[in-house]
Design a protein around this ligand. Structure first.
Ligand SMILES: NC(=O)c1ccc[n+]([C@@H]2O[C@H](COP(=O)([O-])OP(=O)(O)OC[C@H]3O[C@@H](n4cnc5c(N)ncnc54)[C@H](OP(=O)(O)O)[C@@H]3O)[C@@H](O)[C@H]2O)c1
Length: 286
């Protein structure tokens, strides 16, 4: 005869079995979600130009806090020492004055000695400087470094909303560089970004307008949010969100913005790339 007292226990057992089974399914699906989350949080290795100060340094600090591996860059040994006082945990601080073509080429060699990177942020820039320096640092240096550094998965170029007033002025590249101003240089870097996006289909190449923010360049009275000024670069360099895994776009605060249509003109892009090749002696690897 069946012991009635045991029935509830057996039912409880069956319920427990069903529950435990569901629990196992739940635990196993949780484990898989966690492992996917861990995968999606895969740490990246990032090189940032001009990371001795301003937005480059701030982006580097955030990336290091998030556990990424970061290689910094300063113009000389003095600035390297200053940088090391401001940030801890970077893999290395490389040196190179981007106003010099030779130092820029040598810097690319130093980057390559460290191996490949997941992302490179072309951040270094000058604003109130002689035209030659604006052209070398803001235009030729990102071109040279893009060509010579082993291809990363992601490239991020710092431009500015001032590029909207910029003009290509390609006719002056070899004849009268004094005609090139900051706005033009930021249009040129956007042309580079879009040409790279078109040529390297397996790389995410995007540009960022950080807003007018209070750095050494922006000045203390700059009205925009400093944090938002570096968040987009960090996001484009590391995020697995679909919106960050795009190419050929111009971003402002993680949203695609309106850019100068000259940057999308393929014929202008090609002339620009050919002139950069001629002036630097460095060819863009197809
Ligand atoms: N701040 C803004 O409001 C604003 C607005 C639009 C776009 N942007 C763009 O955002 C980027 C970062 O600007 P930021 O505001 O952070 O400027 P920043 O505070 O002046 O910092 C610029 C960085 O570039 C480095 N750099 C400049 N010339 C160099 C050279 N010849 N060789 C090596 N490194 C050099 C600087 O080194 P030192 O520290 O040694 O000078 C510094 O690390 C720039 O491309 C800029 O055009 C800024």
């Amino acid at each position: 005869m069946e012991d009635n007292r045991k029935r509830p226990t057996r039912r409880k057992f069956i319920r427990q079995t069903i529950f435990t089974g569901a629990g196992l399914v739940f635990v196993s699906s949780l484990a898989s979600t966690l492992s996917q989350a861990k995968d999606s949080k895969k740490m990246a290795r990032i090189f940032i130009t001009g990371s001795s100060d301003g937005l480059g340094l701030l982006a580097a600090k955030v990336l290091l806090e998030q556990g990424h591996q970061v290689v910094l860059h300063a113009r000389n040994t003095k600035r390297k020492a200053d940088t090391l006082k401001k940030v801890q945990g970077a893999e290395a601080v490389l040196i190179g004055d981007l106003s010099s073509l030779e130092e820029t080429k040598a810097l690319a060699g130093e980057v390559n000695k460290l191996g490949t990177f997941d992302a490179v942020i072309h951040n270094a820039g000058v604003y109130q400087a002689p035209a030659e320096q604006i052209f070398s640092v803001n235009v030729l240096a990102p071109y040279i470094l893009t060509c010579l550094i082993q291809k990363p998965q992601r490239l991020i170029y710092l431009t500015s909303d001032m590029h909207l007033q910029g003009r290509p002025k390609l006719e002056y590249f070899k004849s009268d560089i004094q005609q090139i101003n900051y706005s033009d240089s930021k249009l040129h870097v956007l042309m580079l970004c879009k040409a790279v996006a078109r040529k390297w289909k397996n790389v995410y190449s995007n540009s960022v307008n950080p807003g007018w923010v209070p750095t050494k360049m922006g000045g203390v009275n700059a009205p925009d949010d400093l944090q938002k000024g570096y968040e987009t670069q960090v996001w484009l360099a590391t995020s697995n969100e679909e919106q960050a895994k795009v190419s050929g776009h111009y971003f402002y605060h993680q949203k695609v913005g309106r850019s100068n249509s000259d940057a999308d003109n393929v014929s202008l892009q090609e002339k620009f790339m050919a002139l950069c090749r001629e002036i630097t002696g460095v060819a863009f690897p197809q």
